[in-house]
Write a protein that binds this ligand. Sequence first.
Ligand code: HPA
Length: 274
Amino acid sequence: MEKSLFDLIKETENYIKSRVEKMPEIAVILGSGLGNLVDHMDVVAELPYKEIPNFPISTVAGHAGKLIFGNLGGKYIMAMQGRFHYYEGYDMKQVTFPVRVMKSLGVNTLFVSNAAGGMNKEFRVGDVMIITDQINLFPENPLRGRNFEELGPRFPSMTEAYSHELIKKADEIALEENIRIMHGVYVGTTGPTFETPAEYEYFRIIGGDAVGMSTVPEVIVANHSGMRCFGVSVITDLGGKDILIPPSHEEVTKAAETAQPVMTKIIKKLLERI
Ligand code: HPA
């Protein structure tokens, strides 16, 4: 008989528990060019994705692909260095499988970071945007299909997809640290194409401030599992009718790397306060 999602999660949970002594309550998913946060961690264990049963394997250049356990900002956390993108060919269940596993390990708070294109005219390249809400423009929802009540409700609420309390704390940190911080709605699309000028314009009209190719599926599953979420985007390029500079993967990675110290500071300080 084919294993159910529930069985697969349990199997992966058991493997991780056999390899790592202590389980965290906080997890961080590190996006493109933002993997250096782990350099600030006091690492106690590392598990390459390829050794973890049922984990998909990361294919995109620039993603190392491992789970890292350790301390940061005085908290014991796990970090996902490298995530799974829908555009790589994974289905929604694979993209969000690590979040299911996090929950089964005991994680109740999820931090996500990503690189995104800015549509809000106030934004500049290199800005950090706290995600206040999201719009799912993937052609699928990761919760489609059989619902396991043990994992969460059939019709979960998404009214506070990103924790207001964590946003407030991050705002306080940005103010204290003199960090220019933006707020906005993240639009999640499949990629791998960057947007046409008309598409950036369209995403702006429907209420988006930034657009990217990740995060939305993970945050849906995290909400389904009852986790509170906090997300930040680095604005790596700008898009719209009047912007004719084409974004490139190199540019996106470079801009994300430049913003790393600020991202790291916010995440570290936030960890200290929760
Ligand atoms: N569009 C989609 N995804 C992105 C972008 C963008 O402009 N920049 C970084 N990720």
